[in-house]
Write a protein that binds this ligand. Structure first.
Ligand code: FAD
Length: 415
């Protein structure tokens, strides 16, 4: 039996845990990451938002990513029948990054972890956190299952749970609560994109809207592989029979635009079907711990907000813990929970209004209102805390009101 002590123990080496660890290490704290998998490992979540570039830059992890030459993402295209809605991140209300990347996460996460190890951070791979016992002062004793099956114990002043869908502390402490997002499923895989067209068409990240509840993603990577996936109501998937490969083959017929490009390609791995992926928790922090990234909350893939929330929450939790370790007072309710919830609530309105169809009405209405488009574009870039943007400030009513006006105009013009 081994025992060691650290200032901060981080569960999971995804983007959330990595950014948190980088900040704490830069501030001189003793930090350790425990990661269940062997890297590189596959994880879904391949389309990033410009906002997360701020986080990687702040903790000194941008250069190692630039060196990988991932495919640059400078906007996103939404298709609905013949109508195309292109968002360009350089045309947005809020100042900030106007590009990011679309990435195979195995390579991306591995690049981040390798850089952190090179800097001197301790990451234990293929070890699993199985239990955490908290003391009255918030310090804790964590049990870790190692490859040799011999348990290893770590004392920590603070724990950051960045375990993604592992959701270690929400499970151990009973913090899960039902998500307010409608239940959807997804099926996805990777293909060698041998019929990729030349130029921008080949590399554009696209969301092909099949109907109000169903859409198809196409995320081309710089290595010639493209990620493809469908999202739809759980009931849609119940209508398809057979293996996930057969389901994917049949679902591809839903996309008129992409059927020829992807229909007869081999899949790089058996398509994965995930049901009910939206998650929520009753609280984001407690004495001696903080939940970050997917371990805390996941809404829906439609606006690619997952990794950005993971890095936003990971970095903020690390900053607050660093303050506390330095003897400063932290108000976790206002400085962490309220701030994170504000951003989640804005995105949550967008996800809900996507599936009511109201946001799709705004995206595909012609002629476009360029000012409105810039304001929505800032949200889609991840700048969801900028209250000077009416589409942030009035997120809970502005989309529905504008869609209502557009629908009334349509009705009047057809009378
Ligand atoms: P992760 O990246 O999941 O990392 C968590 C790590 O913790 C893992 O490496 C895991 O092995 C480790 N772990 C788990 N349990 C334990 C344990 N007990 N002990 C030790 N280690 C443990 N997001 C986007 O930004 N863009 C997208 O396009 C996008 N598409 C998505 C599509 C679908 C269908 C779904 C379901 C999600 C999508 N997401 C997307 C969300 C994205 O996958 C996550 O938000 C993101 O990966 C969260 O990062 P993280 O660091 O919190 O967790």
């Amino acid at each position: 039996m081994q025992n060691e002590s650290v200032d901060v123990l981080i569960i999971g080496a995804g983007p959330s845990g990595i950014v948190a660890a980088a900040h704490l290490y830069n501030q001189g704290h003793k930090v350790k990451i425990i990661e269940k998998s062997k890297f590189p490992r596959f994880v879904i979540g391949e389309s990033l938002l410009p906002r997360c570039m701020d986080h990687f830059e702040e903790v000194g992890l941008l250069d190692c990513l630039k060196a990988k030459h991932f495919e640059v993402k400078s906007g996103a295209r939404f298709l609905s029948n013949d109508v195309v809605c292109n968002f360009d991140f350089s045309q947005k209300h809020t100042k900030g990054w106007d590009w990011t990347w679309q990435v195979p996460r195995a390579d991306f996460d591995n690049a981040l972890a390798t850089e952190l190890i090179n800097k001197g951070v301790d990451i234990n791979f293929e070890q699993e956190v199985t239990n955490v016992v908290f003391n009255a002062d918030g310090s804790s004793l964590t049990t870790i299952k190692t490859e040799t099956e011999e348990n290893h114990f770590i004392n920590a002043k603070f724990i950051i749970d960045s375990s993604g869908y592992g959701r270690v502390l929400p499970r151990l402490l009973g913090l899960d609560k039902p998500s307010s997002i409608p239940t959807h499923s997804s099926i996805f895989t990777h293909v060698k994109d041998i019929k990729r067209p030349e130029g921008k068409e080949g590399t554009l990240i696209t969301f092909d809207v099949i109907d109000k509840d169903t859409w198809f993603w196409v995320i081309p990577f710089s290595n010639g592989i493209t990620s493809i996936g469908f999202v739809g109501e759980n009931s849609l998937f119940e209508g398809y029979e057979g293996s996930t490969t057969q389901v994917m083959n049949n679902m591809l017929k839903l996309s008129n635009y992409y059927y020829d490009r992807f229909s007869d390609l081999n899949y790089e791995f058996k398509p994965v079907h995930i049901k009910n992926y939206s998650k929520a928790v009753t609280k984001l922090y407690g004495k001696g711990f903080a939940l970050t990234g997917n371990s805390a909350e996941f809404l829906d893939p439609v606006f690619s907000s997952g990794v950005t929330f993971a890095t936003e929450s990971g970095l903020l939790a690390a900053k607050l813990i660093s303050k506390e370790l330095n003897g400063e007072c932290v108000n976790w309710e206002t400085d962490y929970a309220n701030y994170i919830s504000e951003g989640v609530t804005v995105f949550s309105s967008y996800v809900k209004e996507w599936y009511t169809g109201n946001l799709q009405t705004l995206f595909f209405h012609r002629p476009e209102n360029l000012e409105v488009k810039k304001q929505i574009c800032a949200v889609l870039a991840g700048y969801v805390w900028d209250k000077s943007n009416p589409f942030v400030k009035k997120h809970n009513r502005i989309i529905a009101s504008m869609a209502h006006l557009i629908n009334m105009q349509k009705e009047t013009s057809t009378k």
